[in-house]
Design a protein around this ligand. Structure first.
Ligand SMILES: [Zn+2]
Ligand SMILES: [Zn+2]
Length: 399
């Protein structure tokens, strides 16, 4: 039983609708409600929001259990731009309804600025605020984005204000039409007399400005997630500024690998600790080290994987921790005093007896030597050979 039905009602789907049911329902509604098709923008937004929530299994479960209130408690995503979700779903950016980026009626939007930040696993574990210096164009405050005094801006006579010039070129029997940006007005279609130009922006209407953005890397964020600063992209007269989109990239870590909220690490144990117990420590991503005391009598095997529950990465919204998986490699000593072997014989299970062969098999003693990598090719694990070229390979001749 779900707590609220509103989102399901908006999409006109049952509470147990599958992901593809939702997608289908949203497509149908969105096509009808899209503002470019004369639909109600508010309703379009609501339907889009409903789809955004229900199509995300995590958000859907929160909504089912606690309704809209639950979503806002868990600090919602701040909402995706319905237009973005829409174009994501229907593929491609604008152009679906034949218009430029925002459809024929909507205002033009300047390009989004995408910036990648590479964040260490430590910072994703603890959370961090970093400052990002951004250089962008803003409307010139001196001339209010007019480029000059009132009336100084005139339509470029060279291109009749179109910003492009068409030249005809004769190529044999054919006449070729070439379109080029007008060189008189640099394609702007406007012309300002040099003396009338705004001194601050030199008639360009915008000036470049440096701005510091505070980027909050939340605990538990993952590579590929984005942080959006709405309307912080380049400004230009008559154009809605686009967004600055920060893409979080996770830097590789030398001791930990991450999968979702779980961490993986490798620990090398000496043979005595692996067999006889002892302690080892794992330096964590914050200012702690986890100390693990092995119970005497418990054996850690080579390549064995164990888990430390709750010591993985925090989840972003609720800060619930994943687990830390530990893969052991056991370091064997190179040599052991033959006099002490009897201690091992006392402690370990008895040796396995030599295999019994049929009578017709002759037993012959052989020596075990070290491998000389320059002369012998050890085909470990049956893997494909590496691609060394030129060197002839020694092949096992016993096949
Ligand atoms: Zn100016
Ligand atoms: Zn021109």
């Amino acid at each position: 039983m779900v707590k609220e039905r509103k989102y399901y009602d908006l999409l006109e789907v049952p509470e147990d609708a599958s992901e593809s049911d939702l997608k289908k329902a949203y497509r149908k509604k969105a096509l009808r409600l899209h503002p470019d098709k004369g639909g109600d923008p508010e309703l379009f937004k609501e339907v889009t929001h409903a789809y955004e929530v229900l199509s995300d299994p995590q958000k859907r479960s929160v909504y089912d259990a606690r309704g809209e209130a639950g979503l806002s408690e868990s600090g919602g995503m701040g909402g995706m731009d319905p237009q973005d979700l829409f174009s994501q779903l229907f593929g491609g950016g604008g152009g679906f309804f034949g218009g430029p980026s925002r459809g024929p009626s909507g205002p033009r939007k300047s390009k989004d600025l995408v910036h990648r930040v590479h964040v260490s696993l430590e910072d994703l574990y603890k959370g961090k605020t970093t400052k990002l210096a951004l250089t962008r164009n803003v409307i010139c405050a001196k001339c209010n984005g007019k480029g000059g005094k009132e009336g100084a801006v005139r339509s470029c006579t060279s291109c009749s204000g179109r910003g492009i010039k068409v030249t005809l070129r004769q190529m044999g029997p054919m006449i070729q039409q070439l379109q080029q940006p007008c060189d008189e007005c640099s394609g702007t279609g406007e012309f300002i007399n040099h003396k009338d130009k705004c001194k601050t922006c030199n008639g360009k209407k915008t000036v470049s400005e440096k701005k510091m953005l505070e980027v909050h890397i939340d605990k538990g964020m993952k590579g590929g997630q984005t942080i959006t600063f709405r309307g912080e992209s380049d400004q230009s007269p008559g154009v809605v500024p686009g967004d600055v989109i920060i893409v979080v990239e996770e830097k590789p870590h030398d001791r930990f690998k991450r999968t979702d909220n779980n961490l993986y690490t490798e620990v090398e144990l000496d043979l005595l600790t692996a067999l006889g117990g002892g302690s080892f420590a794992i330096r964590h991503l914050d200012d702690r080290a986890l100390v693990i005391n092995l119970v005497p009598g418990e054996i850690i095997k080579h390549d064995e994987v164990k888990v430390i529950t709750g010591q993985g990465m925090p989840s972003q919204r609720h800060h619930e921790f994943g687990d830390l998986f530990v893969k052991f490699s056991v370091k064997f000593p190179d040599h052991i005093d033959p006099e002490k072997v009897h201690f091992l014989e006392q402690a370990l299970p008895p040796r396995k007896a030599i295999e019994k062969f049929p009578k017709n098999i002759a037993l012959e003693e052989a020596d075990l030597d070290m491998i000389d990598p320059r002369k012998q090719d050890y085909m470990g694990g049956g893997d494909a050979m590496d691609e060394d070229e030129g060197e002839p390979r020694v092949q096992c001749a016993n096949q």
